[in-house]
Design a protein. Sequence first.
Length: 350
Amino acid sequence: MPLDAHTATMVSRREDTQEEAAAVSAPCANLPEIVPSLPLEIRCPPFPLRQYCGFWLSEVTLKRGLPAMCACFEPRPTDVFLASFPKSGTTWLKALSFATLNRVKYPPLDSDHPLRNHNPHDCVRSIEVEFSLVNDINSLREEFEVLASPRIFSTHVPYSLLPDRFKEESRIVYICRDPKDAMVSSWFFTKKAAPAVGVDAQSHTFQEALELFCEGRSMAGPQWKHALQYWEESVRSPNKVLFLRYEEMLLDPKSNLKKLANFMGCGFTQEEDEKGVTDAIVELCSLNKLKKMEVNKDGSNKVNVRNESYFRNGVAGDWRNHMTPEMAMRLDKIVEDALQGSGFTFSSSA
């Protein structure tokens, strides 16, 4: 007897979960050997992707970054990991978190504040990227070990693929964004960043990018599955995972900053609030402010991607300027079907 759409979705999700659980139970150390046998996707510049445990990740992350994270990094209870799907508010979250955690050492009004002289991605380093790029893994491990607590890192790794001790020891802040805006922002970023790694992405059309995104074939995709995993864990363990929505943060950055600070264990005092410290951090970290800083207009990072590539307009609902209503409806339907029965929905405020 044929299954109805809802039942088929639930069965498919259960089968995917069982398959992923079995795969994740394998040691990360085996990853470099199995990567060549994993499904390959080369139509998503700038990096070739491989499908592992239901997600598409770059080959270098699977070969080097993830195994090194498993083997060499020791998390602390005071560590904070900023997790996100690419182009979902990561840059802004890094700036807000860094400024908040370090506000005593670096008052937000100081003229020499690190965020005035460094891109947020230099202030909060991506752990899998660092381990993917470094030649001397032990040296990087020692560098991380001498950092004073609380340390803060970022990651695009799906929740199910994070090493168990990351989940057990540390706190995770996840920022979620409407899939349509995440897709548009990713396409623009790819066009800007691809030349830095020797890839010509100018022929990668918006229509092609949308088709692949709808199939879940994007960096760390499917995007909706990525968000769902972190949301589910935030429901199960709200003291371990804080789930933020980009659109809500845009509407009320101050109250969301306070929520973030409380979760990280460094809540603002009444005196700080009265003195305008919270407002000063919101202002310092606003995307318009960061975008105008010289370092973010001219500088570049260690992989040669220009800092300006990380900033565009940062608004909600920009997808309307790039998608036809039919495109948007198609993606919305794919996401709705994939999330059916989960209890999770994306913000509809944009």
